[in-house]
Ligand binder design. Structure first.
Ligand code: PHE
Length: 450
């Protein structure tokens, strides 16, 4: 049965919709990427900017994608096609499919690192590591050839299996139990981290803004991270919105997804920075920050290896609910628009994403693969998060704000309740004017136009 055809499936409840969309949003973006970006971009000022973007652009855009999805009940490309037939407005739909594929290629590499840490901690290899040992272990592992490829392959195979068999629902049921588990574990880690001797400078670094640390590049990084973390700008939320019942409030759903995702990211920072300062780990250490800091924390905990294994396992599952949504976006396009079979599409495009991820997997030391001074993995991440996703978001906002009829947009937004007409007007203004302007200005600033 094809998901998006006639008897289209729907979330059974609004809670189901929130959890599924939050499953896509919460992942490596919150726990791996957010802390290292904060560290690389000067700390608290970046955090504040990020929060402002979530409120003014992110949550309104989740709502926007929901409106497009629920109004058309189609995949992103089909949705734009239906609303503006025969025009260039399919571009944001297509660019979303491309972005989903490219993100999946490197996402699976990093998720592979997480899987390998789950197994390694089970075997006791993380036990008693000091920060230097943790750093050495990480560098040696990601700089290898076969190990990173193996874990990348394993993670991609899991993603493909779930999407091909169409058993996402099973995973979502599980993650209803497992994700609160991850949340509780993160809270335990926050407490451990905050009570480490010497952790206080880390709290100040994380919470006391120094705006002079912000550059045009870090403003773009905050914007890109907001898009990446909320799964925005590539039609993922259009797809999820297309499954939301017309009886359910879109604004409540969008708000809750934004809130959950942001809370997890903020808590992850509260784990990493106090501990990093306590252990003398450089906060700007880059993509390895979390993989070095966490084992050092676990080494300072009773039952540390048990907690480490549990944590990395739950994180891998959080990553899986995100990678499923990435592959699903690609698959839904070929299934709906090109009449491909679901199984074949998942295997073919998952396989291609694995191949496309090989240079990313090897770019961490095995081979010297840099693009514009970034490792291949970081370059694909940069291209998607900082360029393709914000561009997709910009076009979607312009489409809903200027191309669709205002009455239709507002009627769909209000359908299901949760919002007064006044609030809907504010949202519409944010989408039509503020979001496109802000994204445009940040782009212009980052390429040095000012
Ligand atoms: N939001 C996911 C995360 O933070 C990544 C993602 C991006 C998933 C875009 C889907 C679409 O880990």
């Amino acid at each position: 049965m094809e998901l998006a055809q006639a008897a289209r499936s729907q979330w059974k409840s609004r809670l189901g919709a929130v959890l599924a969309a939050a499953g896509s949003a919460v992942g490596l973006g919150n726990i791996w990427k957010f802390p290292y970006l904060v560290g690389a971009n000067g700390g608290a000022a970046f955090v504040l900017l990020y929060l402002a973007f979530v409120l003014l652009i992110g949550i309104p855009l989740i709502m926007t994608e929901f409106v497009v999805g629920r109004k058309t009940t189609r995949n992103p490309v089909g949705a734009f096609r239906e609303l503006a037939p025969g025009t260039a407005w399919v571009i944001p739909g297509i660019s979303g499919v491309v972005a989903g594929f490219l993100i999946l290629s490197f996402y699976s590499v990093v998720a592979g690192w997480v899987l390998r840490y789950a197994v390694t901690s089970l075997l006791g290899a993380l036990s008693g590591l000091n920060p230097e040992g943790a750093a050495a272990l990480f560098t040696e592992f990601i700089g290898g050839t076969w190990a990173p490829l193996f874990w990348h392959l394993l993670f991609m195979a899991l993603t493909v299996y779930i999407v091909a068999a169409g058993v996402q629902e099973g995973i979502e049921k599980w993650s209803k139990i497992l994700m609160p588990g991850l949340f509780i574990l993160v809270i335990i880690l926050v407490i451990r981290s905050l009570t480490l001797p010497g952790s206080h400078p880390g709290i100040a670094y994380y919470l006391q803004p120094d705006f002079s640390a912000l550059t045009g590049k870090s403003v773009l990084a905050a914007l890109g991270q907001m898009f990446f973390s909320l799964s925005l700008g590539m039609g993922c939320m259009i797809t999820y919105g297309s499954y939301i019942s017309r009886q359910d409030s879109l604004v409540k759903t969008a708000g809750q997804v934004g809130l959950i995702d942001t809370l997890v990211a903020l808590l992850a920072g509260l784990v990493i920075f106090p501990a990093a300062f306590a252990f003398g780990i450089e906060p700007g250490a880059g993509p390895g920050l979390v993989f070095i800091t966490l084992p050092a924390i676990f080494a300072q905990m009773p039952l540390g290896q048990f907690f480490a294994c549990l944590f990395f396992l739950l994180l891998a599952i959080a990553a899986l609910t995100s990678s499923i949504s990435l592959l699903e976006t690609v698959v839904a396009y070929f299934v709906d628009e090109k009449d491909w079979g679901r199984r074949q599409t998942a295997v073919v495009w998952g396989g291609l994403a694995f191949l496309a991820g090989i240079p990313s997997a090897l770019s961490q030391g095995a081979v010297n693969l840099t693009v514009f001074g970034l490792s291949f993995l970081d370059a694909v991440d940069y291209l998607t998060s900082n360029i393709l996703l914000p561009l997709g978001g910009l076009l979607t906002a312009l489409f809903v704000g200027w191309r669709m009829r205002q009455e239709d947009v507002l009627a769909e937004a209000l359908q299901g309740g949760g919002m007064t007409t006044g609030m809907a007007q504010v949202w519409y203004f944010l989408v039509r004017t503020i979001a496109p302007l802000a994204i445009g200005l940040i782009f212009a600033n980052a390429i040095g136009l000012f």
